[in-house]
Design a protein around this ligand. Sequence first.
Ligand code: HEM
Ligand code: HEM
Length: 264
Amino acid sequence: MTAKQSLALRIGLDCVLIAICATLFSKNVISLMYHEVVGLVLLLLFVVHVIFNRKWVSRVFSGKLKTGRSKVTLVVNALLILSWLCVMVTGVLVSKKLFPFQISSLNPLHFFSAALALVMTGIHFGLHWNYFWGWMGKRIRLPKVVAVILCVVILAFGGYRVVTSSFGRWVVAPFTAHEEHGERGERQTAGTEVEGQREGATTDQASDREGGNAAAQGQRGSHGQQPFSLANLLYTIATWFSILFLFAAITHGVESLFLKKGKV
Ligand code: HEM
Ligand code: HEM
């Protein structure tokens, strides 16, 4: 394989990773079975991604990371791996379809680590901003003014969704879990919940907000699964891609500032 083809393959895999990640941040946007199966497949794709970047791994183990930037990359990548491992392990433990554990008290940790993984992936992506967008820019030729407007729109939408999506709730989930349990307990003793509604009720409400599709909310089935809608899927992908893009752009901006000052 030529160097050009290998680069195209790496960037192609990066795009697949981003696309898949964006569909996993809402459990019902396709189906919970999809969420669990593809969540595990993502682990395999990450392994392939690291194999593509094995030179970096061997540099870490031979102690060749000396510059400030490479030390920052090391810390970011270590947190990236830890957060994704935590998402996968807690995912298996809270699983409702593939595994028998169903330890739902770990839901807050699953949501928190997913939010952290999104932030760390954004930072990681931001550290490779020029590499990725340089390659893309040569293939998708947009007039500069269009590219800038597109960036501003994505950033504004990302900022808006950080505040209005479930992202904030997931960040604080481990610290507010007892409050949610309290609320659920009260609702259960009042005898107003049927089994199907109780299953993941708080996260279903979040999915509704992610999708923002009123029609879909009205047609929810007895197991908290909303019917598939392309509009919901696109909105979910737009939400999580723009949040990822926001953290990546901030990281790239900060790095460029340091580069200008000659500090990295
Ligand atoms: C949506 C998820 C991710 C995206 C978009 C992404 C993107 C990138 C990009 C653009 C590069 C530059 C080289 C290349 O394109 O192959 C890279 C390098 C790398 N990635 Fe990722 N990555 C993601 C997730 C991960 C995860 C979860 C891990 C760890 C398990 C990881 C580990 C690495 C390593 C070790 C390198 C080389 C070292 C470095 O320069 O940072 N990546 N990644
Ligand atoms: C690897 C990527 C994954 C990410 C980013 C992720 C993220 C999330 C998020 C953000 C939620 C809340 C969604 C919502 O409120 O609509 C969720 C729910 C859930 N996830 Fe994952 N997850 C991943 C993998 C997995 C895996 C591998 C499993 C199981 C094998 C799993 C099982 C579940 C279950 C059962 C729920 C519903 C929990 C409930 O509401 O009671 N996840 N996940």
